[in-house]
Design a protein around this ligand. Structure first.
Ligand code: GRF
Length: 208
């Protein structure tokens, strides 16, 4: 059994492509002492991401790094890694970051990249997870915080939260119900990491 992170303040980066409500939730948890972490940098692959603006307002270093400006994913990720190093980042939280993470990032941050997915994995991976859940007709869905590995939404699970799916739900209402829980389990998962409590055994994460 291997500890994922020793007890101590997380030196965190957030990667986000969009509005950044999970970034908000993580940030507030660091501000009021629920989460022992410092957000050192925010990086986005989208110049218009609201998350970038929010980071700048909070005086957190924020960069748009254009994936289109690099020959391939490895070159793009080398640039990301360089910026993460510049800011002494030890753990990377993907928060609505709409790209697959490649081998350059994974090699640099093994078991140190965390993602949140709006479904109960391993069900409904990839895009539009809430729509997939509705169309399938599940009676419960939820969200998952997991470590990132080389698959799509396949890494070891840190925490999940279940929400009911009602007959009169639409994509919007289900998304909102799930999002409320995302905003809880993301900082809680990171705090377990900061407390040195997360251990990994095979594909299982155990809290000790
Ligand atoms: C969330 O639903 C998250 O689970 C998914 O993308 C969405 C991001 O929302 N990966 P936000 O940008 O954090 O508001």
């Amino acid at each position: 059994m291997m500890q994922i992170h020793p007890a101590g303040r997380l030196q965190l980066a957030v990667l986000a492509s969009g509005r950044g409500s999970n970034f908000d939730a993580i940030y507030s948890a660091t501000q009021d002492g629920r989460l022992d972490a410092e957000i050192k940098v925010l990086i986005s692959d989208k110049p218009q991401a609201l998350a970038l603006q929010k980071a700048r307002q909070r005086k957190i270093p924020a960069y748009f790094v254009d994936p289109g400006a690099f020959v391939d994913r490895s070159a793009y990720e080398k640039e990301l890694v360089e910026r993460l190093h510049q800011h002494q980042v030890e753990v990377v939280a993907l928060a609505g970051y709409m790209r697959l993470v490649g081998e350059v990032m994974l090699k640099e941050y093994p078991r140190r990249i965390v993602n949140i997915h709006p479904a109960l994995l391993p069900a409904f991976t990839g895009l539009h997870a809430q729509r997939q859940a509705l169309e399938y007709g599940v009676k419960y869905s939820g969200c998952t915080v997991h470590l990132v590995d080389d698959g799509m939404d396949t890494g070891p699970i840190i925490m999940q939260k279940v929400v009911p799916v009602y007959d009169d739900d639409n994509e919007e209402s289900l998304t909102a119900r799930i999002l409320e829980q995302e905003h809880q389990i993301y900082w809680q998962s990171l705090q377990l990491m900061a407390e040195g409590k997360l251990h990994i055994e095979g594909h299982r994460i155990l809290v000790r």
